[in-house]
Design a protein around this ligand. Structure first.
Ligand code: COA
Length: 183
């Protein structure tokens, strides 16, 4: 298995029906701060981070790593999709650590929820990843209480491998085996 850090990066911007996925730029900084400071976004992610701390610590160009996509709608950043190295430090079994080396994450601003943008963006990112690293599985963690995220994981083709307790809540661990990119 290969690591997402070995991806050829950046790709050309990926255009979907309504969105553009692209590498990070300085203009994404405000959205990244908003995503991390938002109580709604942080509900199942350990809570929001203090805005003043984010203003101090978020780099001028946030998210500069292979697999980190800013998601743009009509020129505005509405969220991020990340294909990142599966964190081997996470508490858990060897079984989970060996399931895949790439993990999907997604964060969207609340104003953009409920319109299918996350599904559209994640599908495009996963299709790109499958083209770049054919045969590589992708793993996903989410709290089971995070119903929109659970629905999204299912729509994207992740299937449950395990539920476990960590960080004070029940966690869901799923895997998406490599499939042919959608047309
Ligand atoms: C997880 C998260 C991305 C899901 O967002 P979402 O808005 O529910 O997901 P989508 O953008 O794909 O929208 C899907 C919803 O839009 C609806 N929808 C409306 N118009 C649509 C369209 N044109 N196409 C597709 N779906 C559409 C769907 O029916 C669906 O509603 P439902 O979930 O009630 O069935 C969002 O809740 C979020 O950013 N949460 C905070 C971060 C987080 O918890 N991340 C998880 C980390 S693992």
């Amino acid at each position: 298995m290969t690591d997402p850090r070995s991806l050829a990066w950046p790709p050309a911007p990926i255009r979907t029906e309504r969105l553009v996925l692209r590498e990070s730029e300085a203009r994404d900084r405000a959205a990244v701060i908003e995503l991390n400071a938002s109580p709604e976004v942080g509900t199942y992610l350990g809570g929001p981070q203090p805005r003043d701390e984010l203003e101090r610590t978020v780099p001028d160009v946030p998210g500069r790593s292979p697999g980190w996509f800013a998601v743009e709608l009509d020129g505005a950043t509405i969220g991020t999709v990340q294909l990142k190295p599966h964190n081997p430090e996470l508490p858990g079994s060897r079984h989970r650590r060996d399931a895949g080396r790439t993990e999907l994450g997604y964060l969207f601003l609340p104003g953009a929820w409920g319109r299918g943008y996350a599904t559209e963006a994640c599908t495009a990112a996963l299709d790109w990843f499958t083209g770049a690293q054919p045969g590589e599985p992708v793993v996903l963690y989410t709290q089971t209480a995070n119903a929109p995220s659970m629905r999204l994981a299912s729509k994207l083709g992740f299937t449950e491998r395990e539920r476990f307790e960590a960080w004070g809540a029940e966690q869901w661990f799923g895997v998406r085996s490599s499939v042919t990119p959608s047309a």
